[in-house]
Design a protein around this ligand. Structure first.
Ligand SMILES: Cc1ncc(COP(=O)(O)O)c(C=O)c1O
Length: 363
């Protein structure tokens, strides 16, 4: 099991014992904001203008989209997409404008498609890096190209970097000797002039999703982002605050011991390798190797919809995966998403059942 680091649990417990149980300031407690600012600097974000704490990245996304986009405008979101973005945009009555991630290019954003989809009413582009559901990680070159498109079209960039410490290839390299593409590169660090909101939180890197702690980091040119920051804070005030005692885990998370990370990465790397090996040796399944987070998005070569595949697999073999049509995919292609968090024994058992199912059903 991947456990929440004990020193974070202690920090929250102490905060509760110390009476930090009332409302917090709307943007977040001071020590957490300072720690997030210092983290932004470590991420290479030079033109930092504002930080705030929210109930998970989910609430940051909700607030930041609501403060920016008006009906009739649109936001570019990736396809496949972590469905939070499409759900929030649907709630706001905003039409979806999706751009393709290119499976033939390790699931990197298809820049030609991004370019094609931008119109006069496009306000922003969402980039999820490392990605859910594909596990892809963007190269510096790609980030620079997306930044250039955003710059030329006055787009705000939403950089969802909630998995930025879960880079599966990085810790294989010797310190100081890493190829640049083995490290996470923050979008805001390559585009200090652009309005960028970088999302992060405790759910993934610090294994505490139930605490509902996330944050937003706004960077860019001060005058350009000032009115937007004011809009964000109006919305933050209206929902009072993020969970108060849990905010006391932010500083110890970002500045305290990080020794859970090599342990987690070692486990995830072994589970990723097992997953990729299985995918690429199983008839009708193939997969781009994930480089970050804990998801794989294998392609299926089957004569029916992936939603039918997923439902029948659950009924017949009691293995649950998510159908690609739930995330979006190019017409005619079929996929499913694997979460490779379970241990190797459990994964092996599940993969054996999926292989058995495809053999029985499609031979
Ligand atoms: C890409 C991405 N962004 C945001 C979230 C939600 O994060 P939080 O728990 O901080 O709301 C998730 C959760 O799976 C995610 O995969």
């Amino acid at each position: 099991m991947l456990e929440t680091p004990a020193h974070l649990i202690e920090a929250v417990y102490k905060a509760m014992r110390d009476g930090k149980n009332g409302y917090a300031p709307s943007p977040g407690i001071k020590e957490a904001l300072e720690a997030i600012r210092a983290e932004a600097v470590r991420k290479g974000i030079e033109s930092l203008q504002d930080v705030f704490v929210t109930s998970g990245v989910s609430e940051s996304v909700d607030v930041c989209l609501a403060a920016l986009v008006n009906p009739g405008e649109n936001v570019l979101t990736p396809s496949p997409d972590y469905p939070l973005y499409s759900a929030v945009l649907a709630k706001l009555g905003i039409d979806l404008n999706t751009y393709d991630l290119n499976e033939d290019d390790a699931w990197q954003p298809d820049l030609i498609d991004v370019h094609r989809k931008i119109n006069s009413r496009t306000r922003a582009i969402v980039l999820i890096n490392p990605n859910n559901p594909t596990g892809s990680v963007c190269s510096r070159e790609l980030l620079e190209q997306v930044a250039e498109l955003a710059r030329r079209n006055n787009l705000v960039v939403f950089a969802d970097e909630i998995y930025d410490k879960l880079i599966l290839d990085a810790s294989e390299s010797r310190a100081g000797d890493e190829p640049e593409n083995a490290r996470h590169i923050s979008m805001a660090s390559v585009a200090p002039d652009l309005p960028v909101v970088t999302f992060g939180g405790l759910s993934k890197n610090y294994l505490a999703p139930g605490w509902r702690i996330g944050w937003g980091i706004v960077s860019g040119e001060a005058a350009a982002v000032k009115p937007y920051i004011e809009g964000i804070h109006r919305l933050l005030r209206s929902r009072l605050c993020a969970n108060h005692p849990e905010q006391y885990a932010i500083k110890p998370a970002l500045e305290g011991p990080q020794d859970h990370l090599p342990r987690v990465l070692k486990k995830l790397r072994a589970r990723r390798d097992l997953t990729v090996k299985w995918c690429n040796s199983t008839p009708r399944v193939s997969c781009v190797a994930p480089r970050g987070a804990f998801y794989a998005y294998p392609r299926l070569d089957i004569p029916e919809g992936d939603d039918v595949f997923v439902k029948e697999l659950l009924l017949k073999k009691h293995v649950l995966v998510v159908h690609g049509s739930g995330f979006g995919q190019k017409p005619g292609t079929k996929h499913f998403r694997i979460v490779f968090l379970p241990d190797e024994q459990t994964l092996t058992k599940a993969y054996r059942s999926i292989a058995e199912f495809t053999r029985e059903r499609y031979q």
